[in-house]
Design a binder for this molecule. Structure first.
Ligand SMILES: C[S@@+](CC[C@H](N)C(=O)[O-])C[C@H]1O[C@@H](n2cnc3c(N)ncnc32)[C@H](O)[C@@H]1O
Length: 260
């Protein structure tokens, strides 16, 4: 009788072995009963991981704010730094019935998490990419939120003047020549890169916010760890008032909350 080949990961890095174990736990109910073809598949998974292919795309989900979101190569993988946006909105105690708008929703992780904070909120998830909208729709179905609505649009151009209580956005903010992009080669470039040294999306959204927000309405951005001053200047240029700067878990300036 042919004996079953064991999984041999000795040729792989520590990180790959750790991620393979994570993959096995996520994908198989009983890892002690893997079939030969499952073992071969795990060998291929290890090869992908070793060249930097993201673990979450292989598993098909990513955790954000304590919940799982479906992800594939059509969307950015949600980052833990972004969770601070949800904490910030939570701390604001916005009125029941507030209208929130997640510009650049990607997988929908921000918008759906906000919709879960208060079921009376009306939350719009906006993306220009139809691929992203399809992924977000899948997550909307998984989490079944009746107060989350998806719209394909160029930022907030689909909304009326003075109609929104709060805009939240984690837009693309990496400069096209930034060397970090080589580490992100499997994620969509349109989710990562913005013109004007990574600042164009902040410019456009801030200009729109001035029109779209109700009087006293809020805008909350995630930005790069070294963009705090630039985004602050964009806020002032658009006659918005700075309310506070927000730090991520590593202590870097990571977000800005402003008001119309
Ligand atoms: C950094 S990703 C953020 C995804 C998700 N919100 C998150 O935090 O994980 C930026 C998103 O903005 C979208 N985007 C880029 N340009 C856009 C535009 N002009 N209008 C609307 N969305 C845009 C991209 O498709 C992408 O999904």
């Amino acid at each position: 009788m042919k004996s079953k080949k064991a999984i041999d990961l000795s040729e792989f890095s520590f990180e790959t072995r750790r991620d393979v174990n994570f993959y096995i736990k996520e994908k198989f109910k009983d890892p002690s009963k893997l079939t030969q073809s499952q073992i071969s598949k795990i060998g291929n998974v290890a090869k992908y991981l070793e060249v930097g292919y993201p673990r979450d795309y292989l598993i098909g989900n990513s955790e954000f704010y304590g919940r799982k979101f479906f992800v594939d190569q059509r969307v950015l993988i949600p980052r833990v730094e972004t969770e601070v946006l949800i904490d910030t909105i939570k701390s604001l105690n916005l009125c029941d019935g507030s209208i929130l708008c997640d510009l650049g929703t990607g997988s929908g992780c921000i918008g759906i998490s906000l919709a879960m904070l208060n079921k009376s909120f009306i939350v719009f998830g906006v993306d220009i990419s139809i691929d992203a909208i399809q992924v977000a729709r899948k997550n909307d179905l998984i989490h079944d939120k009746k107060n989350f609505f998806l719209i394909q649009s160029n930022w907030g151009s689909c909304f009326q003047k003075d109609s929104i209580d709060c805009i939240i956005s984690n837009p693309p903010y990496i400069d096209k020549d930034d060397s970090h992009l080589t580490d992100l080669e499997y994620e969509p470039l349109s989710a990562l890169v913005s013109n004007l040294h990574g600042l164009e999306a902040f410019e456009i959204i801030s200009q729109q916010a001035k029109k779209l927000l109700k009087k006293g309405g809020l805008i909350l951005f995630e930005h790069g760890f070294d963009q705090s001053e630039d985004v602050e200047n964009i806020i002032y240029k658009n006659d918005l008032k700075l309310i506070k700067k927000i730090k991520d878990l590593s202590g870097n300036d990571r977000g800005i909350l402003a008001q119309k």
